[in-house]
Design a protein around this ligand. Structure first.
Ligand code: ZN
Length: 483
């Protein structure tokens, strides 16, 4: 059904900024889920007559950082605008936003899809606005909490370059990751601090014109984004195939019924009667400010992934898994700086360390293992001083209570037995005690080698050097063949 049509999808992402205070007043930004309602409010964010807003410099700083990270041109001359509409969660009757002159424009973000294909999504604009209050509908009425009113909100608007629900998900996931890298948004979607609104339309393949679009409101999970978008594409194709026309409207996503439903016919920009906010001066971002903001940018996840694959020889999967969270990536970087071998370190982090952290409920921030101690442990495995199974035991203790790997190895008696003569004596004993197994092995049942290795490991209480045991066993069993 979709073969005849090309999907055209653009995303608006609203991200609350993690500033201490609100966008235009000194009220604290509080957790909108746990804080008591209407406890972080003042005449400014309650929209009282005569109040005057003051711009939060830190919020602008965050917005500039995000715009730079998304490759936008920064507008040195910004104007705030009033977006007029009436709703009970908006006590002023207008929202202070930006319209003609946003902070950033003309950016782009490359996203990689699960199959490995990369596509470039244009960023139309990045602008600042203020959040609204929160309504709770109860039987017989509605409650309104203005704690969220005036919280700085960043809106990131993509070009309509997205072609599927999966691509929308990949783009939004990357945006969330960048916002977390920049420390400007927690990414807690279940708390509503990041909301996604795709606008979706179809056009005949080969056409340049845009079809009529619908907008899905306030999606707060990536799954809802991908599934809601795909549902809407299929719905619109069915409407068009049936000879109907798509109505421009706002639709909601029903998470349990897995379908979209009509909410209201969409307002046009002119319905909002935008005009320059008379209570605020123009916002000027001077060159020094821009230089400082650029200098404060961390290495971004895309750059980390490229460095991990190109310079360190990791697979794209390993690179993405390590770069997913900035704290983990920086810990991995510190391991490499401390002399860890990238491929080995990546393996141990992604398999053993992540498993242990998961079991123990630890995050990288409260991990008592220093990168240097981790490298020291890997060095002992590589040097044959401790085998893999024992090293996992040591790592578990390090994750529980810190400590130096050498001290743990000594205290637990986990040093690997690599004394060739001692291992040979043990192996000769096992061979002598198991003539039937030897005969079967020599008769062609070579899988018995693993059984012999197991016997030798048991005889060394798990501390034998497995590579050496393998070699000695093979040599001594084969020697019997020719004897
Ligand atoms: Zn306030």
């Amino acid at each position: 059904m979709l073969n005849r049509y090309e999907p055209v999808i653009g995303l608006e992402i609203h991200a609350e900024l993690m500033t201490q205070s609100k966008m235009f007043c000194g009220c604290r930004v509080v957790d909108s889920v746990t804080a008591a309602p209407n406890t972080a409010v003042c005449p400014v964010c309650l929209g009282m007559p005569g109040m005057l807003p003051v711009i939060n410099r830190r919020a602008i700083d965050f917005a500039v950082r995000v715009a730079l990270a998304l490759g936008c041109d920064i507008q040195p001359h910004n104007i705030f605008a009033r977006k007029n509409y009436f709703y009970p969660d908006l006590p002023k009757g207008y929202q202070i936003s930006q319209y003609e002159l946003p902070i950033g424009r003309h950016g782009a973000l490359d996203v990689t899809l699960p199959g490995g294909r990369t596509s470039r999504i244009g960023i139309r604009r990045v602008h600042i606005e203020e959040d609204t209050g929160k309504l709770t509908h109860r039987d017989g009425g509605s409650l309104v909490d203005y704690n969220r009113s005036g919280v700085p909100l960043l809106e990131i608007v993509s070009e309509p370059d997205i072609r599927s629900g999966e691509e929308a998900r990949a783009y939004a996931t990357r945006i969330r990751q960048i916002l977390r890298y920049l420390d400007v948004n927690s990414g807690d979607m279940e708390k509503g601090v990041l909301r996604i609104e795709p606008n979706i339309s179809l056009r005949p393949r080969g056409s340049d014109a845009f079809g009529t679009r619908t907008e899905l409101k306030n999606l707060n999970s990536f799954r809802a984004l991908a599934d809601g978008t795909d549902y809407e594409l299929t719905r619109q194709a069915a409407v068009l195939d049936g000879g109907g026309r798509v109505i421009q409207e706002t639709r909601g996503w029903h998470d349990t019924r897995r379908e979209t439903f009509s909410q209201r016919v969409k307002e046009e920009a002119e319905d909002y009667r935008y005009f320059a906010e008379p209570d605020l001066p123009p916002l000027l971002i001077d060159p020094d400010w821009m230089v400082a903001a650029r200098a404060a940018l961390p290495e971004l996840p895309q750059a980390k992934e490229a460095r991990y694959t190109d310079a360190h020889g990791l697979s794209p999967y390993e690179a993405a898994a390590l770069a997913e969270d900035r704290a983990v990536a920086e810990w991995f970087d510190a391991v490499i700086a401390a002399g860890g071998r990238p491929k080995t370190a990546a393996n141990w982090i992604l398999n053993d360390l992540f498993r242990l952290m998961n079991e123990r409920g630890r995050s990288i921030a409260d991990l008592p293992v220093s990168p240097a101690a981790f490298v020291a442990l890997l060095g002992r495995v590589e040097g044959g001083e401790v085998n893999g199974a024992s090293a996992r035991e040591v790592l578990a203790e390090m994750v529980d209570s810190g400590g130096d790997p050498a001290a743990i190895i000594a205290a637990r008696g986990l040093s690997q037995l690599s004394d060739e003569a001692a291992l040979a004596a043990i192996i000769d004993g096992i061979i002598a005690a198991n003539p039937d197994a030897v005969a079967n092995y020599l008769g062609g049942k070579e899988s018995l080698l693993a059984w012999f290795v197991g016997q030798a490991m048991r005889a060394t209480r798990g501390q034998g050097n497995p590579a050496l045991i393998n070699r000695l066993l093979r040599e001594r069993l084969e020697a019997r063949r020719s004897a």
